[in-house]
Design a protein around this ligand. Structure first.
Ligand code: ADP
Ligand code: ADP
Ligand code: ZN
Ligand code: ZN
Length: 745
């Protein structure tokens, strides 16, 4: 028998001095309400310690370039393996990074074209849009260029002498203004809008051309001149200041040379079975696999086998609708996670710990079984698979479930159960109960108060979609991954009705690392008022950005020491112990608590403390209502999970009326027992006169909708249509779609 991973005396974050053994070469799923301590075990302890020890094996030079991992608060850990974290962080935002490049499939395709493409073009570097040999010279392989936005550039009502062009160099009296002031070619006292087309052309594009020569060599045209002056230099040579100034006269458009294909004409002349490498990169994976099957050339067999193995993994994991040219920055968190997983599936390493954060995110129940299959494959290759997950279909296949609880934060941090799924169901824990109970379908649905039409929607895969969005109800928009839900709701509907729509997604809520729930929701100011008025002290004494700042660390809580030849060292400030506040400000207390004590309180603890202050208690109530009672007031928003961020945004909007709220998978990160709670919150929004649109795969949420719109029938080009509209009851009784099938189960 293989010795388990042994953890003793673990007190990381909220964990209550726990000890546990985690079996190896098994799929182990961690469950429990959010904030109970799952990530504290899996990410902050196991992954962090494993990565930290791995990093110690490298030279100092490399170590300095690796991310730093804190030593977890634990007595000891034994039998740890190297670990790989497969999370949902988005993939790089660079325009040169595509699904093809990051999955390595593009390099295989390049190799294929360099071997058997005709006419023969050459080494595979000629097929790379990131290599000077292959890239389109006009756009340097980006497929897009910046062009001048003539509408913004021209004052229609001005004459030349009043100044037509909004460019400093062409301003009245300036150098280029003088060069172009040519009354012999156009009327300088007539407004632009009244000039003839010929006059306009001369000004913009240069003097008349006779026998291929300009009549006047100096006049290459304002448009050409400006392009040469500004665009050709390339952005890196411009100062930030100039870039900002010219940005409003520029717009991004498809490169006219390569038509967005990124490659040069020589490369694009090379074909296999009539297709260029660009054509193949535009094909959805399922279609590309069919085309590869038609290639019979023996020289290419091993490359094609490798490519097909990668394509099969993509298709197996529920991404058959992706294509190599899709820019990786446009992928959703769930899609990015699955792509990372595919990269590891090709690996022959074994004896690793693979760690997943809610792999079911963004997956329709139809596709979850595929994810399950891949997790099993990883295990069967001799790896340990640790998963934090709420989805029943994934918990069900666990070899072992570890349930953390009973509640969140200080009220959690204990192991409630460890064992099989079947035993968990009868264990009596909150998770066990939720897994063995059924949510009933909503019978008394609301009638829509009106509709907003979408007509001829065609973006991405949408096929001329006409649909009416019902108002004053809870609408669930569903469909398999890649069917077009986000395209329809976020790209088309939300943009068309932008002034009525509030998007409540999981993206970061604030740009600065210092924000907390109380600064974001605006009640920190009121907390400082309470301190100031009770103590008769200035309000600024209670902010670490102002007078209240610890003078040693200037309110940063950390001291960074710059060292010659080495990475700077950051240590907790020993004067304020990282609290950021000055001694002076901590002399003041309200009901015996300092401002730091208050920031350390959870929402739940702070609520009775501030019960006589309506402004503060109102916001705290909202936070409790959205299930964030365990968050501490001073916890930086940057440490919140996506689901928690989404709930903060809900709390922010909880008092508003007459809006249309769009939520993308609000059940992400939620314990099954809390799903009904969130639906209750959303019901409250509808009762107050709002419309709630939820993009969701969770069948429990569908059951609780007033109205369902199902997009399909499948993903990518096989999707993009509205395949069902109606109530949940109608869907169960007569729906013929994939979603209906799973709702009935
Ligand atoms: P789960 O993964 O079950 O949702 P976590 O392990 O993320 O729960 O959190 C458990 C508790 O520890 C929560 O109260 C959370 O606010 C707290 N916590 C998490 N990360 C940190 C951190 N970096 N610093 C302080 N507290 C944290
Ligand atoms: P869903 O939200 O149902 O998962 P999406 O609306 O994200 O589906 O995707 C529908 C189709 O549109 C897919 O084929 C997807 O590849 C394509 N698509 C989505 N976003 C983009 C994009 N930014 N660029 C190109 N294609 C996209
Ligand atoms: Zn180009
Ligand atoms: Zn300090």
């Amino acid at each position: 028998m293989i010795e388990p991973i042994k953890i003793r005396g673990l007190k990381q974050n909220n964990l209550k001095n726990i000890s546990l053994d985690i079996p190896k070469n098994k799929i182990v799923v961690f469950t429990g309400v959010s904030g109970s301590g799952k990530s504290s075990i899996v990410f902050d302890t196991i992954a962090a310690e494993s990565q930290r020890q791995m990093n110690e094996t490298y030279s100092a030079w490399i170590r300095g370039r690796l991310p730093k991992y804190e030593k977890p608060n634990v007595e000891w850990i034994d039998n740890l393996n190297p670990s790989v974290i497969i999370d949902q962080s988005r993939l790089g935002g660079n325009a040169r990074s595509t699904v093809g490049t990051i999955s390595d499939m593009y390099s295989l395709l390049r190799l294929l074209f360099s071997r058997i493409g005709t006419p023969y073009v050459g080494p595979s570097s000629y097929f790379s849009f990131n290599n000077p040999n292959g890239m389109c010279p006009a756009c340097a392989g980006i497929g897009k260029i910046m062009d001048l936005d003539m509408k913004n550039l021209i004052n229609e009502n001005h004459t030349y002498d009043e100044g037509i062009f909004n460019l400093p160099a062409f301003g009245v009296g300036n150098y280029y203004w003088k060069v172009y002031r040519r009354p012999e070619y156009f009327r300088i006292n007539v407004p632009w809008k009244d000039l003839s087309q010929e006059e306009k052309n001369i000004l913009l594009y240069g003097s008349k051309i006779k026998d291929g020569k300009r009549l006047d060599k100096k006049l290459e045209g304002v448009y050409n001149q400006f392009k040469r002056l500004v665009l050709m230099k390339g952005p890196q040579e411009q100062s930030d200041h100039t870039l900002k100034k010219i940005a409003k006269y520029l717009y991004e458009c498809q490169c006219p040379e390569c038509k967005g294909k990124r490659l040069n004409q020589t490369t694009l002349s090379c074909k296999i079975n009539g297709y260029t490498i660009h054509d193949m990169c535009e094909m959805e994976f399922s279609r590309l696999r069919e085309e590869l099957d038609k290639i019979k050339d023996e020289r290419a067999k091993s490359i094609i086998d490798q490519l097909k193995a990668s394509l099969n993994r993509m298709i197996d994991i529920g991404l058959p609708y992706l294509f190599m040219n899709r820019e990786s920055s446009t992928l959703s968190g769930g899609e990015a996670q699955r792509l990372k997983l595919v990269r590891y599936m090709g690996s022959s390493l074994c004896g690793m710990i693979y760690i997943f954060d809610e792999p079911s995110t963004g997956m329709h129940p139809r596709d979850v079984y595929r994810m399950v299959q891949l997790l099993k494959n990883l295990r069967d290759k001799g790896n340990t698979v640790l998963v934090v997950e709420h989805d029943k279909d994934i918990i069900r296949i666990a070899d072992e479930v570890i349930d953390i609880g009973p509640l969140a934060g200080k009220n959690g941090g204990q192991i409630l159960f460890q064992g099989s799924y079947e035993n968990l169901r009868i264990s009596g824990t909150k998770t066990g109960n939720a897994l063995s109970s059924e949510i009933k379908i909503k019978e008394n649905v609301r009638q829509p108060k009106g509709f907003l039409p979408i007509r001829n929607a065609n973006i991405h895969n949408l096929k001329n979609v006409d649909v009416d969005i019902p108002l004053g109800v809870m609408l669930v928009v569903t469909g398999v991954a890649g069917s077009g839900k986000s395209s329809l709701i976020r790209e088309v509907f939300a943009k068309q009705y932008a002034d009525q729509v509030v998007l409540i997604d999981q993206s970061a809520v604030s740009a600065t690392g210092r924000s907390t729930v109380c600064t974001f929701l605006g009640f920190f100011d009121e907390i400082r008022n309470v301190f100031a008025s009770q103590m008769g002290a200035p309000k600024s004494l209670f902010t670490f950005n102002g007078k209240g700042a610890c003078p040693h660390c200037k309110g940063r809580g950390m001291i960074t020491t710059e060292l010659v030849f080495m990475e700077p060292v950051t240590t907790v400030c020993e004067y304020c112990n990282g609290t950021r506040y000055s001694e002076e400000s901590l002399k003041h207390t309200v009901h015996g608590k300092t401002i730091v004590d208050v920031l350390n309180m959870s929402v739940e603890e702070a609520y009775p403390f501030f019960s006589d202050n309506k402004k503060i208690s109102g916001m705290l109530e909202a936070l409790i209502e959205v299930g964030l009672s365990y968050i501490s007031l001073g916890q930086p928003l940057s440490t919140f999970s996506g689901g928690e961020r989404q709930r903060v945004k809900l709390a922010q909007n909880i008092k508003k009326k007459g809006n249309i709220y769009i939520l993308d998978e609000p059940t992400t990160g939620l314990h099954p027992a809390d799903i009904e709670k969130v639906v209750d919150i959303l019901e409250g929004f509808v009762q107050r006169g709002n419309t709630v649109i939820v993009i969701e795969h969770n069948t429990d949420v569908m059951k609780l909708a007033d109205f369902i719109i199902d997009i399909g029938p499948d993903g990518g080009t096989k999707g993009g249509e509205v395949v069902f509209t109606g109530t949940p009851k109608e869907m169960i009784e007569s729906g013929k779609t994939i979603t209906a099938e799973y709702l009935r189960k």
